[in-house]
Each structure stands twice: as C-alpha cells, then as structure tokens.
Unconditional design. Structure first.
Length: 208
C-alpha cells in the first residue's frame, strides 16, 4: 500500500502509486507505523528536488520529516508550498525576489526571505484542522499556473484554457468562460507572483 504522501492541489495527502516530479516537507506528519496523524507541523512548507547530493532516505522513517510528493511545481504552489532554500537555492532566490516585488504591501519594498513569506503563505493556505482556504476571482484575471476549484475538482489555468488535474497529469483543455467567477486555491500572494512573470513548472501533459 503506498504511503499517504501524494499532495493534491487542495493540499490534502493521498495514498496513490504516482509519485510526481518534486518532493516536499511540512514536518513530521506520520507516526511510528507510517500513518498520517497531522496535515502539518511547521509553517515551513517547502518544495524539494528528488535527488540532492547523493542523499538517500527511507520514506516515513520514524521521527524524521514526512516525505511528500507533487505532480509538478504548479500543484505544490497551489497547496501552499514554496521552493526549498537548500536544495533549490537559485529557484528559492528567484521566488523570494519575484514574490516580494509582486506583493509590495506585504514586503514594504524589501526582499523578504523564508520566515516572513512562510508566515504569510500560512495565513493564505490553511484552516485550523487541516482545511484549505479559497478566495473568489474572475477567471479571466488569473495567470497561467493558477489552480481553481470547480465542483470539488481541481483545474489548472494554462494558456487561456482550463486543464483538469489528475495524479498522473492533465486532461484535455476546456475553454475558459471569461466572465466566470471561480474559487481560487493557489494562495493569493503566489497568484500575484505568477502575474509578475514567475512561471511554475507544469507536467508535460499540459503541453499536449
């Protein structure tokens, strides 16, 4: 039985065979039997590369952080994660610079780093008890890379269309109704960052 560590765009942890392109971390979420007992332990929700300096880990080792996995970077951002400062230093620096510039009311003209950004993202993504925060916006105003919720299903806004999300990739595109008001699941400050030309990595199926 696969571990319950595959993250969907809603930020929930699922037990599926598909692993994805990225690993992540929210602290120690599992018990000694490998069962998920918490949705997060830290405000530091990060996106990591799958391979780094030859390190090897046994997934869900007791008392070690719980390894999480994402289909692509857009999925991880929708859940409320951001690039790791250690294994993705260049991407982390790029994100901090773009996030700070795109959110001047939060950054006050400074380039914010991990702790400040993590606090803000936690305010935008999570509800006590493990729920997901949403906000409403006009679909036509959302940049590529943003996820929306439609009837409990996740869709990626990408190149003027909506792509239905699955654990293994994206389905055929659906035309956007430009006057539609939708529930947005990607945190607002990250959506603002996407608008400023920061483009998330997406699964290859989005380009078919």
């Amino acid at each position: 039985m696969p571990h319950q560590n595959r993250v969907d765009p809603f930020g929930q942890l699922n037990s599926v065979n598909d692993r994805g392109a990225w690993m992540g971390n929210r602290g120690i979420l599992h018990d000694d039997q490998g069962r998920i007992v918490a949705q997060w332990r830290l405000k530091r929700w990060i996106i990591c590369v799958l391979h780094f300096k030859g390190r090897h880990r046994q997934v869900f080792t007791p008392h070690r952080y719980s390894e999480l996995f994402f289909l692509d970077e857009a999925t991880a951002f929708a859940a409320g994660h951001r690039p790791c400062a250690e294994c993705q230093r260049a991407r982390y620096n790029e994100f901090c610079l773009a996030w700070s510039a795109a959110n001047p009311k939060l950054s006050h003209g400074k380039v914010l780093r991990a702790d400040d950004i993590d606090r803000q993202l936690h305010n935008e993504r999570a509800i006590r008890g493990g729920g997901k925060q949403f906000y409403q916006a006009g679909l036509a105003t959302l940049p590529s890379g943003t996820f929306i919720d439609r009837g409990g299903l996740a869709y990626l806004v990408w190149n003027g269309a909506l792509l239905p999300w699955t654990f293994s990739g994206y389905g055929p595109p659906i035309a956007i109704q430009r006057d539609e008001i939708v529930r947005v699941m990607t945190p607002l400050s990250i959506v603002s960052t996407f608008k400023s030309s920061f483009v998330p990595q997406v699964h290859e199926s989005a380009f078919v």
